[in-house]
Design a protein around this ligand. Sequence first.
Ligand code: NAD
Length: 469
Amino acid sequence: MSAHTELVSRLRAAWLSGKTRPMEYRVAQLEALGRFLDEKKQDILDATALDMGKPPFEVELSEISICRSELNHTLNNLGTWMKDKHVEKNWATQLDSAFIRKDPYGVVLIIGPWNYPINLLLVPLIGAIAAGNCVVMKPSEISRNVERLVAETLPRYLDKDCFAVVTAGTEETTRLLENKFDYIFFTGSPSVGRIVMTAAAKHLTPVTLELGGKNPCYVSDTCNVQNVARRVAWGRFFNAGQTCVAPDYVLCSLEMQEKLLVALREAITEFYGPNPQESPDFARIVGDKHFQRVQALLRSGRVAIGGQTDAQTRYIAPTVLVDVQQDDPVMQEEIFGPILPILTVTSLDDAIAFINARERPLAIYVFSSCKKVVNQVLEKTSSGGFCANDTIMHMTLTSLPFGGIGQSGLGHYHGHYSFDTFSHPRATLLRGAGREALNTPRYPPYAPRRLPLLRATTETKRRAACTLL
Ligand code: NAD
């Protein structure tokens, strides 16, 4: 038996023992996770700085505070979420109890990416623990300092019978995926998402796939250009553009492009100073291979702002590209770096057609002071999430589901959506053992004269249409 198979069997045995089911157990593990965040905060700041020069402010906001918020929201609501949900009954079951039991799946595998290596491992973990599962976590090997920190320290806080961290590159993850898990939660690229889903299909294991893609950002002619520039620049250049919900490209009119360029230049200077390379608030690309890929995208169109690079420190300046064509390399893949191409469109309809001609994105952004424009984009397009007049901020709400659609993912999480994702809604009917005479009409030999009675007691009737007097 391989070490992975042994681990999964050990965790499944712990899960079957019922250890993870009581609310007190779940709360204790979640509180322990909170202590990990408090006590290892400096280590998290250090590790993310080593991996990709993440500014501490950005780590506090996007890694620690988001986990803390998710943890608090879960602890505040867990008692309510765990309750059986009683449902409507038909006449045949009036004397019985019918409810949905939020059942844990069992042993869950969580595979995380490198760009927000704490957030994207721990936020799903919070949901999985809250729902009463055992969990194997597989952090990304690319953010290797965080991987080491998580592997060495997180297990000290959690119950080792039920939670484990596996460090693995591609080959070993492939072998890990050969095991039967009861749920797989994957965050990463669409291409690896397909590999994970194929492996899960062998065991008919349900999956959530949190994937990426190109998020369009439409800027209409009616807006405050300075505000737009600051909000777009913040979303695009946060974490040096290595954010799944970052605005990937801007669509606007030629006139707006000219105004936006001036405002973007101002915003970039205001945020990062005259030389962003010297700014402590601007991150670096995670690895050499990633640096080369992003650097090559600078050859699309014309550099209007930025464009400087330094391979040694994996620095790519906040960059804006113009004169970009639809078939340029920068428009063929998710940029995942600090580059913002602007493409011009002739009208709102043209922008909507452009968006709908491509894969459905994780997020769509629209900037306009006209509600009609915002509503048109909302109604005529499809995406995982939508945010008007800002970028990224929709995902700070634990009350909203977070996830993609089509190429950008399958399923969603955050807040009670995480709890639901990691719970099986078990349909439960508790009937009395007696009163057998009431069941007789449904048994063979069938008597057609009993059918109307059976239909009357089990069939749902169409409600009468409401007529306004
Ligand atoms: P990735 O797909 O390369 O890797 C993600 C995880 O999968 C890592 O843990 C990695 O070790 C593992 N992996 C890689 N190759 C594998 C294989 N062949 N078999 C099994 N596992 C394998 O993604 P990444 O580069 O870490 O992250 C960037 C991508 O993730 C981008 O596309 C981004 O948009 C997406 N992303 C999505 C979200 C979201 O919430 N939707 C969040 C962050 C990142």
